[in-house]
Design a protein around this ligand. Structure first.
Ligand code: NAG
Ligand code: NAG
Ligand code: NAG
Ligand code: NAG
Ligand code: NAG
Ligand code: NAG
Length: 413
């Protein structure tokens, strides 16, 4: 009896953890590349600790400027927070491919390279760019762009080059950057709405601030939160519909744009399926489907398919992604549901032009494009329905509790 329980528990835990661990289909693995070189062990360790390693692995056409253990000792002697170390190291990952040959052949002898530090939006102004300069005697210099013309470090050697996916080179020292070293607030201390306002989701942020849903978001940050905020254009054109909702409806609509767990972009890419939202509450499902579409990640409700167009922040325990559309749950917009499977063309559809923008849903009462065949109805619910049985539902606390209790059963053996 107990044995059976344990076996079942083990199976569930195993399948759940398989589901949670992103399948690793990355072309390169910076940890593995550096593992062959003991002189970069500290650098490699901090790439892992700061979670930059998965970020590096998921990107292509990049250059990692590694420094040896002595160089890292200089950095660590400053006793920076992990957030600041992450910023400093992310200044050492260039978003272009530079191997030794390319470095020595830079057009006009100087080039500016964007870095992950710049790409995360944590870098103020033009900080976050690295100036690469061909120096006399065949040397190559590196310095943060705002370094006042001085050269901070020089090219030492090629560590590994995998054209044109990743080049790992050694430079002589850590690039100094007061901006990167400034103590970065941990994600849990960040002001959610300020972060969204500053990066293209101002309308959503302001709507949230005026609603009790804001508390729901805030109270989930510590334990893990993923926010899908519609961009300003999407949110603006949705406002008439939003204003039409009841107070409860407004709160649910906003909470529908959050997930009670942290999901990195690579995690979202590799874990397609039905997902609960912050609005999920017992019988009120308020769920949606995360689904890959090539390299895009889409969020599908029965009514609308939105695409992630931007990452505002992706740092445990908080991720915020911008969507190109507002997510419309079927619970609130029943009348906008596409007609059920049988694609018999409705004759009255001839009245309006049937081919007109099948993606857009007009005002809720109008039956949406009844002439949509399942194949060319990207917003249709065909995929959703097939996904229903195959997917795992997860919901922050409850999900964790299930794992914990299963483990408990398991351990009791
Ligand atoms: C570079 O990355 C692509 C895409 O991930 C992969 O298909 C290819 O095999 C990689 N090239 C090398 C040399 O590893
Ligand atoms: C990368 O390589 C390291 C060391 O070989 C390994 O522990 C880690 O699981 C690998 N990561 C991925 C994403 O494959
Ligand atoms: C890069 O730095 C060099 C001096 O180190 C300077 O002459 C050059 O103008 C800088 N390039 C850019 C693009 O800022
Ligand atoms: C976040 O910033 C907004 C202004 O953008 C402010 O109204 C709000 O109170 C702040 N929230 C927290 C939790 O500090
Ligand atoms: C608001 O609701 C009313 C009544 O349900 C409906 O007639 C109207 O079209 C709705 N307006 C919008 C913009 O959805
Ligand atoms: C899902 O499972 C239920 C019961 O197990 C079954 O009746 C239903 O047909 C399944 N739906 C799909 C889409 O496979």
């Amino acid at each position: 009896m107990q044995l059976r329980h344990a076996a079942a528990a083990a199976a569930v835990v195993l399948s759940l953890s398989l589901f949670l661990l992103p399948s690793t289909t990355n072309a390169h693995n910076i940890t593995r590349i550096l593992a062959k070189y003991p002189e970069f062990s500290t650098f490699s360790h901090y790439l892992t600790v700061t979670q930059l390693a998965p970020e590096i692995n998921r990107r292509e056409t990049i250059t990692v400027c590694a420094v040896d253990n002595a160089g890292m000792a200089d950095l660590l002697s400053k006793h920076l927070t992990i957030g600041a170390i992450k910023n400093v190291l992310s200044l050492h990952v260039l978003l272009d491919y530079f191997d030794a040959k390319k470095l020595h052949q830079i057009t006009d002898g100087t080039a500016l390279a964007a870095t992950i530090f710049q790409a995360t939006g944590s870098a103020p102004g033009s900080t976050g760019f690295v100036n690469i300069t061909d120096l006399k005697g065949g040397k190559v210099g590196f310095s943060p762009q705002d370094n006042g013309g001085g050269v901070s470090a020089t090219f030492v050697k090629t560590v590994q080059a995998i054209p044109y996916n990743i080049s790992v080179i050694q430079i002589s020292a850590i690039l100094p950057s007061p901006e990167a070293e400034a103590p970065a607030p941990g994600p849990s201390e960040m002001n959610l709405t300020a972060l969204m306002s500053a990066h293209g989701c101002k309308v959503f942020a302001e709507t949230l601030l005026a609603n009790p849903a804001e508390q729901t978001f805030e109270s989930n940050v510590q334990s893990g939160l993923t926010v899908f905020c519609p961009g300003d254009d999407a949110m603006k054109s949705f406002m008439p519909k939003f204003k039409n909702l009841s107070a409860d409806g407004k709160q649910s609509l906003l909470e529908y744009h959050g997930m009670p767990i942290y999901q990195s972009l690579s995690g979202l890419r590799s874990s397609n399926g039905l997902t609960n939202s912050l609005a999920t509450d017992g019988a009120k499902k308020y769920d949606f489907t995360v689904q890959n579409d090539g390299t895009d990640v889409t969020i599908k409700t029965k009514i609308v398919t939105a695409k992630i167009v931007n990452t505002l922040i992706d740092e445990q325990p908080l991720a915020i992604y911008e969507l190109d559309k507002v997510l419309m749950p079927k619970e609130l917009f029943k009348s906008a549901l596409p007609p059920s499977p049988a694609p018999a063309p409705a004759p009255e559809a001839d009245a309006e032009s049937p081919k007109k923008a099948p993606k857009k849903h007009k005002s809720p009462p109008a039956p949406a494009a009844p002439s949509d065949s399942p194949a060319d109805a990207p917003d249709g619910d065909v995929a959703d329905q097939t996904a229903d049985n195959a997917s795992v539902r997860f919901n922050g606390g409850r999900f964790g509790a299930v794992i914990l209790s299963l483990w408990f059963v398991f351990l009791q053996m």
